[in-house]
Design a protein around this ligand. Structure first.
Ligand code: FES
Length: 63
């Protein structure tokens, strides 16, 4: 992975948008490595955690 800055942007009432290279270690211990923009769930309602699946829209998430 190239060494460049990663941008984390909070989307009001929605997910955290991550742009740039990063790795996430899931509960199962698997490492997910991404470079393209992804949306991470902040509301806790996604059925595809850690990624946003749009469920925040149906659950009145406002932070
Ligand atoms: S922020 Fe979108 S499903 Fe949780």
């Amino acid at each position: 992975m190239e060494n460049k800055l990663t941008l984390f942007k909070v989307i009001a009432g929605g997910p955290l948008k991550v742009t740039g290279p990063f790795r996430i270690k899931g509960r199962d211990g698997k490492i997910i490595e991404k470079e393209e923009p992804v949306l991470l769930c902040r509301c806790g309602h996604s059925s595809n955690k850690p990624f946003c699946d749009g469920s925040h829209k149906r659950n009145a998430f406002s932070e």
